[in-house]
Write a protein that binds this ligand. Structure first.
Ligand SMILES: Cc1cc2nc3c(=O)[nH]c(=O)nc-3n(C[C@H](O)[C@H](O)[C@H](O)COP(=O)(O)OP(=O)(O)OC[C@H]3O[C@@H](n4cnc5c(N)ncnc54)[C@H](O)[C@@H]3O)c2cc1C
Ligand SMILES: Cc1cc2nc3c(=O)[nH]c(=O)nc-3n(C[C@H](O)[C@H](O)[C@H](O)COP(=O)(O)O)c2cc1C
Length: 775
C-alpha cells in the first residue's frame, strides 16, 4: 500500500512505524511541516496502564520509549497551606521532544520516509495514495479540506492555561491551588526529565484579565508566575516555549474517515490535559488503525472497523475528560472543603477513579477519607439533637453496628430534620403501573418491602398521583381517596416494623404527559381510548404529531391542583410516610411550568424563572403546611432539559435556591424527559455533576441519581461530597438486596433480621460466567 501520513506528531509517527513493521512492503511517507527538532510544550505523562498497552502493541517500540521515562507513584496536593499526599498512582513522564525523537528514529530504522518542513495544504498530491492518515493535530488542515464530509465541533473551554517548564524536579505529580488578589490559580506540575518538569498554570478568565495576563508577553507571563509561585519553585526558573495563554479546545468529529482518508489523534478528537491522555489516545488510535488495516480486506472496511472499535473508547474518555476539566473550571466551588475531602474530590474528579481504586492504591489515604466522612456524618446526625430526638430505628435487629474502623461512606447515617437514615442508599421511585384505580396492592408491598429488606436506607414509593386526572396512566398509584392511604399504610407499616429503612413517597401530577400507556407498552404514547382531558402550563402537546393538546391552566385550575397536592400530602402523613417528595421533574405538570420549553405563558406564571416557579412553590408551600414539621421534604427536579433553549445547570441552581428558601430539605437531582426531542448525554453517573454543583454552590443537601450502579460509585460520590444520598433505580430492580450485597463485598457487618440470622455464618460462592457477552 502507498500510505501518506500528514503530521509527524506522536500519532502519525507511531502509526507509520507500526504499519511499516506490519508489512515492510508498504510505502509509507510522513509529511511534517516543522523541522525534526521543533516541538512545542515540554513533557507528556502516561499512566502505567497506558505503557502496558504500548508494550502490548510493539515491545521494541515500548523499550525505546521506556528508557526515557521518569516514574512516580505519588500525587501531592497543596491546598490551604497543607500538603496531602496520596500514593500508588503509577505514572511516568517524559519529554515530548525526546518522545518524538525516539519515534522518528524508530520510524526511520524500519524504512518510513520522513519529510520535514512540508506543509500540506491540499490533498491533490496524494491522488495515487491508497491511504491518507490525517495526524495533523487539533487544527487539522486535512479535516478542514474535508469539511463537507466530516463534521467538526470545537468546544472552546472558558479557563485560560499556559504550558511552561521549570528546572525544578518535582518528586510527585503536584497540584498547587493558590489564591492571590486576582483569584485562584491552579498548577499541574510533573517531572519529565532529571532536571525538568512541566508546569501548567490554569485560571478563570476573570483572574487572567485582572492579573493583566491577557496583555502579557511570554516573558512577562513567566516573570509574573515566577513571582507568584516563588516559594513553590524554590528559586528555580520557569522556561517558555511558545508559552502563550490558551483556552482548551475539545474537538469532536464525525465520521473519522472519508474515502481513503482517516483521522487519528488530536485531528479526530481531543481530551483535556488534566486527564493526561492526548498522546495516549493518538497512539491507541494508531494501534487500532493498524489492526483494522491488517484484519480487513479493503481500506473502506478497515476504516469503518477502526472507527467502530475506537469511537466508544474515545467518547468514554472524552466524557471523563469533560468531568475533569469542569472540576478545574469550578475549583473555586470546592475551596471550602476539608483538605482530605478536597484531595479525594480532585483524585476522583473524572468519575472513573473510585473509592475502591484508591483503596487498592493507597489504603492509608482511604482510611483518612473514611474517617473524615464518618466524623462528619456523626456531627451532622448529632446536630440539632435536643435530647428528645426521635430514634426511628431501635429493634434488636435494626441497630447499626459500631465498627472499630470507620464504616464505608455509604454506611454512614444521614439526618434530615428528625429523620435519621441508617445509610446513604435510596431506592429511586419507580412507577409499577399495576395499581387498581389508584389503589396499590400486593405487588407494591413485595416490590417496596423486599427492597427495604435489601438494606437501602430509604425506599421511595413511585410517583403517586394527586387526583384521578393527574395520572400518567390508568394503572398509576394514587393518593386522593382514603382507601388509597389505607393501602399505602399497610406497606409503610411493613417497612417500619420489619426493616431499618425509612419510606418516602413522591407526589406528582402528569400534566401534558398524562393519559398514556404503560412504560413497557407505550411510554408517553397517548391512550388509544379511555383518555382524559390534559392540563399543562401552555397548550403544547408532548409529541407534536400525536399527543392531545393540553389546556393551558387557569387560576381556578391551579387552585384545584394546589388543593389536590395538599390533600395528598395529608393522606401521605396519615399513611405514616417518613419523607414527602414533590415531583417537579421529567416534564410532568410542575416541570412544565419550570421549563421555558413548555411554558410560554405571558402572565405571572410565565417568563422569568421566579414567575415559572410560582405555581411549583405554591404547591410546595401547601404541602409543607400539611406535612409534619419534624419530617423532611424533597423535590425532584430536571437539572437540564438536554435541549436548546431549555433548562441549564445554572438554572437548576437557581431553582434549588428557591426551593431551599421555602423549606425544602433536599433536592433530588434528575434531568431531562421534558421534551420528546431531547438529546441527553448518557454515561456513568451522568447526572451526578448537577447534584454536586447545587450542593456546593448553595450549600443544600442533594440526592444524585442516574446510572449509579456500583457500591464503588456510591462510596465515591458520598466521600467526595458530590451528594448526600445516592438513588439507584434499575440496579435495585436487578438486585433488591443491592445494599446487603455491597455490605458483604465491603466486609461491613450489616445486621440480618432475626428470620435470616443463619446468613451470618453463610459464605456465598459466586461464579460469574457472562454467557450473554460471549454470544
Ligand atoms: C497544555 C497541554 C498539555 C498536554 N499534556 C499532555 C500530557 O501530559 N500527556 C499527553 O498524553 N498529552 C498531553 N497533551 C496533548 C498532546 O500534546 C496531544 O494530544 C498529542 O500530541 C496528540 O498527538 P497528535 O499526533 O494527534 O497531534 P500533534 O502532537 O499535535 O501532532 C500533529 C503534527 O502535525 C503537524 N502538522 C499540523 N498541520 C500540518 C500540515 N498542514 N502539514 C504538515 N504537518 C502538519 C504538526 O506540526 C505536528 O507535528 C497536552 C496538550 C496540551 C495543550
Ligand atoms: C421502571 C422505572 C420506573 C420509574 N418511575 C419513576 C417514577 O415514578 N418517578 C420518578 O421520578 N422517576 C422514575 N423513574 C426514573 C428513576 O427513578 C431514575 O431516576 C432513573 O431510572 C435513573 O436511575 P438508574 O440509572 O439508577 O435507573 C423510573 C425508572 C424506571 C426504570
Amino acid at each position: 500500500m502507498r500510505i501518506v501520513c500528514v503530521g509527524g506528531g506522536p500519532g502519525g509517527l507511531y502509526f507509520a512505524m507500526l504499519m511499516k513493521k506490519a508489512d515492510p512492503r508498504h510505502e509509507i511517507r510522513v509529511l511534517e511541516r516543522n523541522r525534526p527538532d521543533d516541538t512545542f510544550g515540554f513533557g507528556v505523562v502516561f499512566s502505567d496502564a497506558t505503557m502496558a498497552g504500548i508494550a502490548d502493541a510493539d515491545s521494541e517500540a515500548y523499550r525505546g520509549i521506556a528508557r526515557h521515562l521518569v516514574h512516580w507513584d505519588d500525587i501531592d496536593v497543596h491546598y490551604r497551606g497543607e500538603r496531602i499526599t496520596s500514593t500508588g498512582h503509577g505514572f511516568s513522564g517524559m519529554s515530548r521532544h525526546t518522545l518524538l525523537h525516539v519515534m522518528q528514529q524508530q520510524a526511520c530504522a524500519v524504512g518510513v520516509d520522513m519529510l520535514f518542513e512540508r506543509e500540506v495544504s491540499s490533498l491533490d498530491a496524494f491522488r495515487d495514495a491508497d491511504l491518507v492518515v490525517a495526524a495533523d493535530g487539533s487544527n487539522s488542515t486535512v479535516r478542514q479540506l474535508l469539511r463537507d464530509r466530516i463534521t467538526t465541533t470545537v468546544d472552546l473551554r472558558p479557563n485560560r492555561f499556559v504550558w511552561l517548564g521549570t528546572t525544578k524536579p518535582f518528586p510527585a505529580f503536584t497540584f498547587y491551588f493558590k489564591h492571590d488578589d486576582h483569584g485562584l490559580w491552579r498548577v499541574h506540575a510533573y517531572q519529565y526529565g532529571p532536571d525538568r518538569s512541566t508546569f501548567i498554570v490554569e485560571c478563570r478568565e476573570d483572574t487572567w484579565k485582572a492579573s493583566g495576563m491577557d496583555r502579557a508577553t511570554e516573558h512577562e507571563t513567566a516573570a509574573f508566575l515566577e513571582r507568584l509561585f516563588g516559594d513553590e519553585l524554590e528559586g528555580h526558573a520557569l522556561i517558555t516555549n511558545r508559552s502563550i495563554w490558551r483556552q482548551f479546545p475539545t474537538v469532536r468529529t464525525e465520521p473519522w474517515w472519508s474515502g481513503n482518508v482517516a483521522l487519528i489523534g488530536d485531528a479526530a478528537h481531543t481530551a483535556h490535559f488534566s486527564v493526561g491522555s492526548g498522546t495516549r489516545m493518538a497512539m491507541e488510535d494508531a494501534v487500532a488503525l493498524r489492526d483494522s488495516l491488517v484484519g480487513e480486506a479493503d481500506v473502506p472496511s478497515a476504516l469503518q472497523a477502526y472507527e467502530a472499535k475506537r469511537r466508544p473508547q474515545v467518547e468514554s474518555l472524552q466524557r471523563a475528560a469533560q468531568a475533569s476539566l469542569q472540576w478545574f473550571e469550578d475549583t473555586e466551588r470546592y475551596m471550602s472543603l476539608d483538605p482530605v475531602q478536597f484531595t479525594f474530590s480532585l483524585l476522583t474528579r473524572s468519575l472513573r477513579i473510585t473509592h475502591e481504586d484508591l483503596r487498592a492504591r493507597d489504603p492509608k489515604f482511604l482510611a483518612r477519607v473514611d474517617d473524615f466522612v464518618s466524623r462528619e456524618a456523626r456531627r451532622q446526625v448529632g446536630a440539632g439533637e435536643t435530647g428528645s430526638g426521635v430514634v426511628l430505628f431501635e429493634s434488636s435487629n435494626k441497630t447499626t453496628p459500631d465498627p472499630v474502623s470507620a464504616p464505608p461512606p455509604m454506611f454512614t447515617p444521614f439526618r434530615l430534620r428528625r429523620l435519621v437514615l441508617p445509610n446513604r442508599v435510596v431506592v429511586s421511585p419507580m412507577c409499577q403501573y399495576v395499581a387498581d384505580d389508584g389503589t396499590v396492592g400486593d405487588w407494591h408491598l413485595v416490590h417496596l418491602g423486599s427492597r427495604a429488606m435489601g438494606g437501602a436506607g430509604l425506599v421511595m414509593a413511585e410517583m403517586t398521583d394527586v387526583s384521578r386526572e393527574a395520572r400518567i396512566s390508568p394503572w398509576c398509584a394514587g393518593l386522593y381517596r382514603p382507601e388509597h392511604a389505607a393501602a399505602w399504610q399497610r406497606i409503610v407499616e411493613f417497612v417500619h416494623r420489619e426493616t431499618p429503612a425509612a419510606i418516602g413517597i413522591q407526589l406528582g401530577h402528569a400534566g401534558r404527559k398524562g393519559a398514556t400507556g404503560r412504560l413497557w407498552e407505550a411510554e408517553n404514547e397517548p391512550l388509544p381510548e379511555g383518555g382524559w382531558p390534559l392540563v399543562s402550563a401552555s397548550p403544547i402537546p408532548y409529541f407534536p404529531d400525536r399527543s392531545p393538546v393540553p389546556r393551558e391552566m387557569t387560576r381556578a385550575d391551579m387552585d384545584c391542583v394546589v388543593g389536590d397536592f395538599a390533600r395528598a400530602a395529608g393522606l401521605a402523613r396519615d399513611a405514616g410516610f417518613d419523607l414527602l417528595e414533590i415531583h417537579m421533574a421529567h416534564g410532568y405538570l410542575l416541570a412544565s411550568f419550570i421549563s421555558p420549553l413548555t411554558n410560554t405563558r405571558t402572565d405571572a406564571y410565565g417568563g422569568s424563572l421566579d414567575n415559572r416557579m410560582r405555581l411549583p412553590l405554591e404547591v410546595f408551600d401547601a404541602c409543607r403546611s400539611v406535612w409534619p414539621d419534624e419530617k423532611p421534604m424533597s423535590v425532584r427536579i430536571s437539572a437540564v432539559d438536554w435541549a436548546s433553549g431549555g433548562m441549564e445547570p445554572d438554572d437548576a441552581v437557581a431553582v434549588a435556591q428557591l426551593l431551599k428558601s421555602h423549606g425544602c430539605d433536599i433536592v433530588d437531582v434528575s434531568a431531562g424527559q421534558t421534551v420528546a426531542d431531547q438529546r441527553p448525554v448518557y454515561g456513568r453517573l451522568f447526572q451526578t455533576p448537577f447534584a454536586d454543583r447545587i450542593r456546593h454552590q448553595i450549600g443544600m443537601a442533594t440526592m444524585a441519581v442516574g446510572n449509579i450502579s456500583s457500591y464503588m460509585d456510591v462510596n465515591t460520590i458520598i466521600a467526595a461530597g458530590r451528594a448526600d444520598l445516592c438513588l439507584l433505580a434499575r440496579a435495585h430492580i436487578f438486585d433488591p438486596y443491592w445494599t446487603r450485597h455491597a455490605a458483604w463485598m465491603l466486609g461491613y457487618p450489616l445486621p440480618w433480621p432475626g428470620q435470616y440470622k443463619s446468613m451470618e455464618r453463610y459464605r456465598p460462592r459466586f461464579e460469574f460466567r457472562f454467557t450473554a457477552d460471549k454470544a
